[in-house]
Design a binder for this molecule. Structure first.
Ligand code: PMP
Length: 406
């Protein structure tokens, strides 16, 4: 991977923040956008801004071709069988809620079980809590091991023939844990349940093959994978999506509307009520082109090297606690002695270094870790060992600053 060429593609990285060159270590919250994506969105608004699937005029046809072309790029990127299985949503959150409401209300009832894990993002907890409350189902958790992983034995014990839905993250946004999706899917299916994968931290960082994983639903967000905000994807197996009711009703998603009844368009459009996020989808298509051109395998390898390097350097810092397993995706969550993560992030920010601090939308996991908050450094294809050196230096500065707590 030509790191210089990659970095050159991201205009935002070439600036000073608080008098220092920016070190951006918050890509798990949202990634930066390459010029290819920014330009593609700008081209749409400048050159062919128009609604899709409606007019016969030239701009409308152009916009529709680009919008549907982006869907095909997504299909290929996640190795789905058909573009009918690729639904554009506002993001991971909307995708998960769509399944919880549409599939959940139809297929889950009293006495049934929904199985998740304590490492989930709030977006993959609350929709299931709400579904359990609405239907009388029980929400069950696969326990975590001390290192923040799950055991397949525990999945076997937790998932029963009363389980209707298993939902878990591909990659934890706090621990970096990579969950064994294929194996969990097999256990879910053996018990007659479906599996939803929260791929918000998976799709940006690894080759995702939804057919190989045999997951029923896979949700992810464009903004974490070099695309714009406001666009995400719900992948679902066609056989399931066909049976599901839309959750939003209105323009774009209908076939015929009568005074008292209506029928829906076929997949995927029946789930895309209203004017879609056209520029967002087209931008996501450009992001996929960009990531594919760099090469997902190269990105994975690059992140792996960064993680190894970061871990080694961070281990030199006295008083540092790193959370999560040895084998992890491209992020490191930690605490530095008794320094509050917000204080730590503030000192780092003064040095031009952006990290995340807080509960990371994972309060149950914070409780499990027995902390109120943590700091997190997350890496992506544009980060370098120099970024990590600056970051570790920033940790040392923080220690000096808060010297009395050590
Ligand atoms: N799940 C995980 C694991 C995440 O990291 C995030 C974003 N932090 C989400 C879900 C929610 O994504 P979005 O806010 O884009 O809907």
């Amino acid at each position: 991977m030509d790191i210089k060429a990659v970095r050159d593609a991201f205009p935002i990285l070439h600036q000073e923040v608080n008098g220092h060159p920016l070190v951006y270590l918050d890509s798990s919250a949202t990634s930066q956008k390459p010029v290819q994506v920014i330009d593609k969105i700008s081209e749409y608004y400048r050159g062919y801004n128009s609604n899709v699937h409606r007019g016969v005029h030239t701009l409308g046809t152009h916009a529709t071709d680009e919008y549907e072309g982006a869907r095909e790029k997504v299909r290929k990127f996640i190795h789905a069988n058909s573009t009918q299985e690729v639904i554009f949503t506002r993001g991971t959150t909307t995708a998960i809620n769509t399944v919880a409401v549409s599939y959940g209300r139809e297929n889950v009832g009293e006495g049934d079980e929904i199985v998740i894990t304590p490492m989930e993002h709030h977006s993959n907890i609350i929709p299931w809590q709400q579904l359990a409350k609405a239907t009388g189902a029980t929400l069950k958790y696969v326990p975590l091991q001390a290192d923040g992983t799950i055991l397949l034995d525990d999945v076997e014990k937790t998932v029963t023939e009363n389980t209707k839905i298993v939902a878990l993250a591909h990659v934890s946004n706090v621990l970096g844990t990579i969950n064994p999706i294929k194996e969990v899917a097999a256990i879910a299916h053996k018990n007659g349940a479906v599996i939803l994968v929260d791929g918000a931290q998976g799709a940006p960082h690894m080759n995702v093959d939804v057919q190989d994983l045999d997951c029923d639903f896979y949700a992810f967000s464009g903004h974490k994978m070099c695309g714009p905000t406001g666009i995400g994807v719900l992948y679902g197996k066609k056989s399931l999506l066909n049976e599901m009711e839309p959750v939003e009703f209105g323009g774009e998603m209908i076939d015929f509307v009568n005074l008292y009844d209506s029928t829906w368009k076929e997949l995927p459009w029946k789930f895309e009520g209203g004017t879609p996020v056209i520029a967002g989808a087209i931008g996501l298509g450009a992001a996929i082109d960009f990531l594919t051109e760099v090469g997902l395998d190269q990105i994975v390898e690059h992140e792996h090297k960064l993680i190894e390097y970061a871990r080694k350097q961070m281990e030199q810092v006295e008083g540092l606690t790193i959370y999560g397993p040895e084998k992890r995706a491209g992020l490191i969550t930690f605490n530095l002695s008794d320094v509050h993560p917000h204080d730590l992030a503030t000192v780092l920010d003064a040095e031009g270094i952006a990290v995340r601090a807080g509960h990371h939308c994972a309060q149950p996991l914070m409780k499990w870790l027995e902390v109120s908050a943590t700091a997190r450094a997350s890496f992506y294809l544009y980060n370098t060992e120099e970024d990590i050196d600056r970051f570790v230096q920033g940790l040392q500065t923080t220690k000096e600053y808060f010297g009395d707590v050590f």
